[in-house]
Design a protein around this ligand. Structure first.
Ligand code: CMP
Length: 139
């Protein structure tokens, strides 16, 4: 399995707060190459499918509602050790616990509106990338 790719979304809060440029700049400055990118909005149905793994969690309905509330930027990123290095770059799920300088420390307001998604495993990076992008959209 690939170990040099991960998947990210700039979430509706990151877009609404006008952080697309700053977040992409931080991502590329950290050594990630953007090999696919899309500016789009999830329907509630698609957001529900993307986060199906969390369907039994108490925050699932709010998560689906929030993630379909406005446009997002989806991207596939390439770098050695991409999944782990990107999770280090974005910081803890709860921005209050995210290390200084991480994306969530800099750009996120709360656990539910935390600016950026990053895949949690190589397997999920492949699944999440394929959710948004065909092979012809990956460079
Ligand atoms: P993300 O990494 O995109 O994947 C699942 C998301 O669910 C997570 O970011 C958070 O935004 C959200 N989430 C996780 N735990 C909680 C929680 N306890 N309360 C609200 N939202 C949560």
């Amino acid at each position: 399995m690939r170990t040099n790719r991960t998947f990210t979304m700039i979430k509706p809060d990151g877009v609404a707060n006008n952080y697309i440029g700053a977040i992409l700049n931080d991502i590329t400055a950290a050594g990630f190459k953007i090999i696919a990118m899309k500016y789009t909005q999830l329907s509630p149905s698609l957001a529900g499918k993307f986060y199906a793994i969390h369907a039994e969690r108490p925050f699932y309905n709010d998560l689906v509602s929030f993630m379909s509330s406005g446009p997002i930027v989806a991207a596939i990123l390439e770098k050695d050790n991409a999944v782990a290095d990107f999770r280090t770059l974005i910081g803890a799920t709860d921005p209050a616990k995210a290390d200084a300088g991480t994306l969530r420390n800099k750009y996120a307001a709360s656990m539910s509106e935390n600016a950026v998604h990053g895949s949690d495993s190589n397997a999920n990076a492949e699944i999440e990338s394929a959710f948004y992008f065909t092979a012809f959209e990956q460079f």
